[in-house]
Design a protein around this ligand. Sequence first.
Ligand SMILES: O=c1ccn([C@H]2C[C@H](O)[C@@H](CO)O2)c(=O)[nH]1
Ligand SMILES: [Zn+2]
Length: 138
Amino acid sequence: MPELKANEIEHLVRAAIEARDQAYAPHSHFYVGAALLIASGEIVAGCNVENASYSLSLCAERGAVVTAVAQGHRKWRGIAIASVGGVSPCGACRQFLAEFGLDLPVIMVDVIDGSRRVRQLAQLLPDAFDGSSLPIHD
Ligand SMILES: O=c1ccn([C@H]2C[C@H](O)[C@@H](CO)O2)c(=O)[nH]1
Ligand SMILES: [Zn+2]
């Protein structure tokens, strides 16, 4: 797994916890923040944004990825996800993240006690579909 320094992890975890403060989750009341450590050292964050039409709700992880890409970033070295319980990313977010590389440290943070679990994205999404079988791909 690509190494993250202890201070980079702390920075990323703090950013995910802060991003969670912006979560818009009036339907589930489950608030999530996510933060990406961009290769350049910048941090780009996102939060979940729910909708009355429930299935349109967007997870924090995909929000962070969309924001990063819109800002011109396609390479990041880690993601932290902050929630009560330190939940794992959903399947849709695992696939969405996989588009940009499976060798990604995923840090799951429980905002209640500050505990963390770290997994590589490849562990969370074994045997991933990566688009290389598509007839036309980059
Ligand atoms: O890793 C996760 C898990 C859930 N959610 C959001 C989606 C929905 O708004 C709420 C409840 O599932 O939490 C995330 O943003 N990230
Ligand atoms: Zn998700």
